[in-house]
Design a protein around this ligand. Structure first.
Ligand SMILES: [Zn+2]
Ligand SMILES: [Zn+2]
Length: 318
């Protein structure tokens, strides 16, 4: 069961010959979720052989060109291909009119519906949940309203610990109730909590995408313990003042956020095109958070499944 993110674009506002503007694709169990849609996203989807037609959800962080300009072209291509499935777009309120005016101007008839979901940039909200993943907003601090997104794999169904079936003489009806989350009361009146009776086969995996943003303690609190954190690092710490003025972070700040949040792995990107040697970002960040990786367009980062079949894990999940 896959849980991986592929980098389509990793530059900041100015693209380079090696880096397209921001866009990531999250693959959860072969369902594809697009996060940001910088110019050229559809080209990158083709180049890295991702199934474009299976993207049904697009999560935009904010209305800056390097995060949204690719959506117009992507929607136009979907229409030329005769797409039928609804496309759900999540983004700032101000982008909605712009998007639909563009669609109206360039398209006579649409073969599919674009359903727009305006986001409140100040609230922490679960904005989407399906059988595979739950998506929660992470308010960011940028020059304009912006949110990051935390993707958490859906909980696996509860399994019953086999030893209890014979020990407690459980009937089929008992088992169904316990699997639905209920505790069990024995004939002697003893209550056995559900967390002792059940476990989940796997622990949910998580990915958080935070771009563009200043360093923020609130963000740190909202991305606690995620498996994979993408945090922008537009500048090196020598340009801290410039980062502050433009609403961006330095590599050191991205690493500090990862360290404070106790994440497993940090990905950094959104590098300013002023730097010719990006390994400086890695060196700076690893001093504060050794599990840092610099992203390049076309790279995929996977999170392995973690077994949850012991008592301590099932207790954490219940
Ligand atoms: Zn940006
Ligand atoms: Zn921005």
């Amino acid at each position: 069961m896959t849980f991986s993110v592929t980098i389509l674009g990793s530059s900041s506002a100015l693209p380079t010959s090696k880096r397209f503007p921001s866009a990531h694709v999250l693959n959860v169990h072969e369902r594809f979720y697009l996060i940001d849609c910088g110019e050229g996203t559809q080209i990158q989807l083709r180049r890295f052989k991702l199934p474009m037609s299976r993207i049904n959800h697009v999560f935009l962080t904010h209305t800056h060109g390097d995060h949204v300009l690719g959506l117009f072209g992507l929607i136009s291509t979907f229409n030329l291909l005769g797409r039928k499935t609804d496309l759900h777009v999540y983004g700032m309120d101000d982008f909605q009119e712009l998007l639909f005016r563009n669609i109206e101007y360039f398209t006579d008839t649409m073969s599919f519906r674009v359903v727009y979901h305006p986001i409140d940039p100040f609230k922490v909200e679960t904005i989407h949940a399906d059988k595979h993943v739950q998506v929660t907003t992470v308010p960011l601090r940028h020059r304009v309203p912006a949110v990051g997104y935390k993707f958490t794999e859906a909980l696996q169904p509860l399994n019953i610990r086999k030893e209890f079936i014979s020990r407690l003489n459980l009937t089929t009806a008992d088992i169904i109730r316990i699997k639905a989350g209920e505790d069990f009361i024995t004939s002697d009146g003893e209550l056995i909590p559900n967390s002792e009776l059940t476990y989940r086969a796997y622990i949910p995996r998580s990915y958080a995408y935070c771009s563009d943003t200043l360093f923020s303690e609130r963000v740190v609190g909202l991305v606690q313990n995620v498996d994979l954190l993408y945090h922008e690092a537009t500048f090196l710490h020598t340009e801290l003042e410039l980062a502050r003025q433009t609403g961006h972070s330095t590599a050191r700040q991205a690493a500090t956020a990862a360290s404070k949040a106790g994440v497993k792995k940090l990905l950094i990107g959104h590098f300013s095109s002023r730097y010719k040697d990006e390994t400086q970002f890695l060196t700076e960040a690893r001093e504060f958070f050794p599990e840092t990786y610099l992203v390049n367009d076309g790279q995929t980062f996977s999170v392995e499944q973690k077994k949850g079949d012991d008592a301590s894990n099932s207790a954490i999940l219940s």
